[in-house]
Design a protein around this ligand. Structure first.
Ligand code: ADP
Ligand code: MG
Length: 338
């Protein structure tokens, strides 16, 4: 009697979905990242009922050729890497080729795309393991992915969904993360037919003021520090602006939002002498580093990274931030002394 068996593809994808698609906001993250990777200039997000009923991301990016639409939904199918070398120097947000397969395994998904020069768009639809054939569809340009009824076929998972308001909150936060990181792209967000955000492409300062508040923008320092191949830039709050929680802290490594203890520690140290320890700074900071110096393939959602030279990164962030935060104070002192 055999006891070990190879699992069917649908189940494999549903298991993977447990990691990659924890909730509507995680599906939204994957779709937004795909649009960014497709070099979109405009990304439109439409949500219904907190993203549980419907989640649609439409972009004007490069699109997918008709013959590859079904392939895009297959597991481990990606256009972003081909070799281990590519993996080590990856520049795109995606590369694992599993997001669309995972989302499709736990929802009703439709994928519509139109490459430049095509006479019309094409569409494939998937629900669980059923994928329809190619059908002609209407779309001006780019790609639109629509995800409906998340977890309709995995009731155990569906039970873990919180209220619509809570799931919406997570979606909006995910939207904010992506929108802060790419101010060269225009974004819109609609929920239940209401326009929530309309963000034209423009400078970082303007988008940060819109998404994080004018008070933050007015009381923060703009920095851009370099050391060797490292660069830290963005905005960080001055002591006059602080928060009771860590909710307005956005840190990106090569354009990817990350949470990292080492980075958090370096930032805390830089604020240690100027901020009460029950207050927290707000920031949108971007670390640029040679892709070979950082491993992003640590976790399926890529929110964790590993640095080759963690000490150097820590020092650089601490010093860059410290310098930026003390510069305006020095300037103030000088002007009052004069
Ligand atoms: P990954 O992003 O890791 O490659 P995905 O499952 O998210 O894997 O997507 C699979 C492939 O489908 C991508 O590599 C890309 O070629 C294509 N694709 C997905 N979304 C888009 C999009 N919005 N525009 C163009 N191509 C897309
Ligand atoms: Mg992807």
């Amino acid at each position: 009697m055999s006891v070990i068996r190879v699992l069917p593809d649908l189940l494999i994808n549903q298991i993977a979905a447990g990691e990659v698609v924890e909730r509507p906001a995680s599906a939204l993250k994957e779709l937004l990242e795909n649009s960014v990777d497709a070099a979109a200039n405009e990304i439109a997000v439409t949500l219904m009922q907190g993203g549980i009923k419907q989640l649609r991301v439409a972009d004007d990016g490069i699109g997918i050729v008709a013959e590859e639409l079904a392939l895009a939904l297959a597991r481990h199918a990606t256009s972003k890497i081909a070799t281990l070398d590519d993996l080590e120097s990856v520049n795109s947000l995606g590369f694992r080729g599993e997001a669309l397969a995972s989302i499709a395994a736990v929802s009703r998904l439709s994928l519509i795309s139109r490459r430049r020069g095509e006479r019309h768009a094409w569409k494939v639809e998937a629900a669980g393991s059923d994928v329809t054939g190619l059908q002609p569809a209407a779309l001006e340009s780019g790609t639109a992915v629509e995800v409906q009824d998340l977890y309709f076929n995995t009731p155990a998972r569906r039970k873990f969904l919180k209220s619509e308001a809570t799931e919406y909150g997570h979606c909006e936060e995910m939207f904010r993360r992506l929108a802060l990181s790419r101010t060269d792209i225009s974004f819109t967000l609609q929920h239940n037919g209401r326009k929530i955000w309309q963000l034209p492409a423009g400078p970082m300062e303007r988008r940060a003021a819109t998404l994080l508040g004018d008070e933050f923008a007015a009381a923060s320092v703009i920095l851009d520090e370099r050391a060797g191949s490292l660069r830290l830039w963005g905005m960080a709050s001055l002591p006059g602006f602080s928060r009771g929680g860590r909710d307005a802290q956005y840190f990106y490594v090569n354009g990817r939002f990350v949470r990292d203890k080492l980075i958090a520690h370096a930032i805390r140290e830089a604020y240690k002498d100027i901020l009460h320890n029950d207050r927290h700074p707000a920031f949108a900071l971007f670390l640029e580093i040679d892709p070979e110096g950082v491993d992003v393939n640590v976790h399926p959602t890529k929110i964790e990274v590993r640095f080759r030279d963690a000490r150097a990164i820590h020092q650089f962030i601490y010093h860059a931030l410290n310098k930026a935060l003390s510069a305006p104070i020095r300037a103030r002192h000088e002007s009052t002394a004069a």
